[in-house]
Write a protein that binds this ligand. Sequence first.
Ligand code: GAL
Length: 996
Amino acid sequence: MKPSLILAGVVQALQVCAASGAGGKLGTTIEDRQLDQDIVTWDNRSLFINGERLMIFSGEFHPFRLPVPSLWLDIFQKVKAMGLNCVSFYVDWALLEGKPGNFKAEGVFDLKPFFDAAQKAGLYLLARPGPYINAEASGGGFPGWVSRVRGTLRTSAPDYLAATDNYMSNIAKIIADAQITNGGPVILLQPENEYTGAVSYLPFPDGAYMEYVIQQSKKAGVVVPIISNDARSSGHNAPGTGVGEVDIYGHDNYPLGFDCANPTVWPSGNLRTNYWSTHLQQSPSTPYSLVEFQAGSFDPWGGWGFEKCSELINHEFERVFYKNNYAAGVTILNLYMIYGGTNWGNLGHPGGYTSYDYGSVIKEDRTITREKYSELKLQATFIQSSPDYLTATPGTNTVNEYSNNGDITVTPLLANDTAAASFFIVRHTNYANTASTNYRVTFSTSKGSISAPVTNQTLTLNGRDSKVMVTDYDVQGTKVLYSTSDIFTHQKTESGVILILYAGAGEYNEFAIQGSRSAVKEIENGADYVLAGDNSTEFVTVGWTASPQRSILQIGDVQVYLLDRNSAYNYWVTSTGDDGSKIIINGPYLVRSASIADNALQISADFNKSTSIEIIGAPSGVTKFTVNDREFTLNGNGSSLTANITLDEPRYDIPALKDLEWKYIDTLPEIKTDYDDSAWPVADLTSSNNTYQRLNTPVSLFGSDYGFNAGILIYRGHFNATGWENSFSLWTQGGSGFGASIWLDDVLLSSFHGDGSSEYSQASYNISSLEAGSAHVFTVVVDQTGHNELSIGEDDMKSPRGIVGWRFDTTKATNTPISWKLTGNLGGEDYHDAARGPLNEGGLFAERHGYHLPNPPVSDAGWSASTPFDGISSAGVAFYAAPFTLDLPSEAWDIPLSFVFTNDTSSGAYRAQLYINGWQFGKYTSDIGPQTEYPVPEGILNYKGTNWIGLSVWALDEGGAKVPGLELVAGTPVWTGREEVQLVEAPEWEARDGAY
Ligand code: GAL
């Protein structure tokens, strides 16, 4: 720890506010806590940064799932544009320490550009280095070699702890350097992951273990607060629980689970309503923190596809569930995932396929067309516009107290101070209700009790909707006495104040704002509105019905925009400088940033079509307007300006993959009778350290025992027949979705095609015709799908991959020994490709030789002209490579590209691996699915030059297989303000020493 940081020695209790009260009220006495810094502090309601109380509204994004560092800023800006102010990220140990003792965080694995981009976008970071992360990552982030550790993982077992030390000291130092105390963006660190339960025979919770992990970070200089993520609100490791306690207690919740089969079904009882009361029992001195809250779902092999998951966890889910989180007073909220990305290069766990889109807020191809993006923007912008939310005290949910209809539940967050706002979260009592319900509300305000509507209209809550109503809400110095509709934001501009309200189209709402009724001026009249009440009060009451045509009313200093929700989706709030000034822009697909200098307004924004935009709240005198450095004419004047952003459709061609000059090489030469495997690693370990699965074979055939931790494993088993063999039984294990084929000499015995759930397969083969004394070889190909995640004490991560058992059944008691060899990626843990990391390649002949890399030696012997669309006519594995050129206008256009397989099994079942410029960006299974579309980002793809596609096609059955169709497909081009994408380092093929 750095001495200068220890000096800070701040006592946390200083931050406690003056008011007093019982649990949950501001000012509750909290224990004095020595902090190692004074920048990030907290009390029982929220975090403070540099003394400023704030909501940490965060989204999860894993840099390792988008291996193009120059695109990280793009994601960050899309997160920031929603109103979020933080990103939480895991680090995947398996990618950084592929060989024990050999920590490498360079190239796409370097986190420095991630920290820089976060800072550039203006986001804080919550660092989650593990060592265990879960995350649907292979081994839950544990490198495959961890399966050789005898001790129980995620416990105080000394050999396990020792195995984590090198990684943790290195990664924690990298994170420590990026802390806010050192001028960086990192404000919080979460050790371990969901340290919540263990098998019954283990002492749990093991405080010493958690403390060890915390100290690993602290020793490397981490001084920011340590936050936990209990899997559910069990109170583990909360402050006051003793050894292993964290600074701030947090928990996770995925209320709708992970089955995307029936996306419209919300089972009863899945909305938790006791968060706050539980929090008061478990961790009353810390802000209520949801460190992972559901924002999508993972999906298994054979699953439903991520579009279904995005329907399950959609904008309606956000309305009902996220607003329920505000009802519980959450002030540290991290949504998992905000951007999922890709399980490229075997980094995923067996429970998932290549895409990690997650049905999340930002799609895997980085587009933001899901409605949940827009809905989240409305909510986050509101919370960030409502500082009183951070001090209001959550109450209990009520029926018939604030509303007159038992079908409506209202949860108040009441102000502690008469000058502050109260918030009322309104939802259906049966949260899954799809009906529209009429109701009235009654609030006590600083002007006495108000019952709304005051007109003879009625309020309506549509199915699966929820609203945040306010009373005594401050709008830049003007009071809104109440509003029954949601607020988007309010901003001060040079010429006054803008307040934006929204509601579902057709809904009636009311608000009362300080001002005089006679002075109300109609600026636009689209949505119907009425002025209620009389002139005698200091408040004007407006009843209005949301419609796609807005109304704008000038009431005193405030211009009130009355929008329907779909229109509100198009509004963006953007800072124009460090002084806190902001403008509101209506229209673009995305606004990234803005600045004003010398009467020139510049914005960086994205457009997916020609759009008329409106700039609200620009300072007077702005005469020049540029979007992405292109000048546009401004119309209008003062605080409301318009411009027509016309796009010239870009022109480009996307190559037809079927027309490429494909070259083919047999990548399973092992099944040829003259194949020479003398250079192969010999399976010679007669024991295994694997404590999860007993060795059932004379020598271990577990891939990771020999350092083969990812991708396809191949075995060669030589034996001399006695002639008494009847059958041969083989057990293979590769994780769900895995596949396997077994050949005897050059004859396919059979293949296991795999399915969504089988982790292993057992089969017996008739080999009764072998002649006594004849020499034979089995070739076994196992396509493993990664290492399992693990629960504490189960050590499931150690579940071995490869052959886990074999046996001859003989008619006479004879013994037929087999001498085995095996391979995975060339070199195993001494992997060859530092740029793409330890997991990117597997054990196919073409992979061992690096033919999946750009510019393979396609004119050498062994290669011939043939295409994946011709395929192969017998079982085996083919490898195809071809160059193609792209020339896309990517300086100014963001054009998502995907490789799309035709979903058709009539031309033979096959498993394919897709390599783009050497990066494995797809594992396709023709008969398991569900993924057929594989987005590949620019940066991996060279949008202005030559690219190489490599495709392995494993024909599982005797008739062989061909790829019925594979196309490169472009999505809607977006004229973009993102920074230009830099190609990642993608070393080309060169002959590999010792490749076999
Ligand atoms: C959580 C876990 C995350 C991720 C998530 C499901 O329990 O902490 O790492 O696995 O579930 O996507």
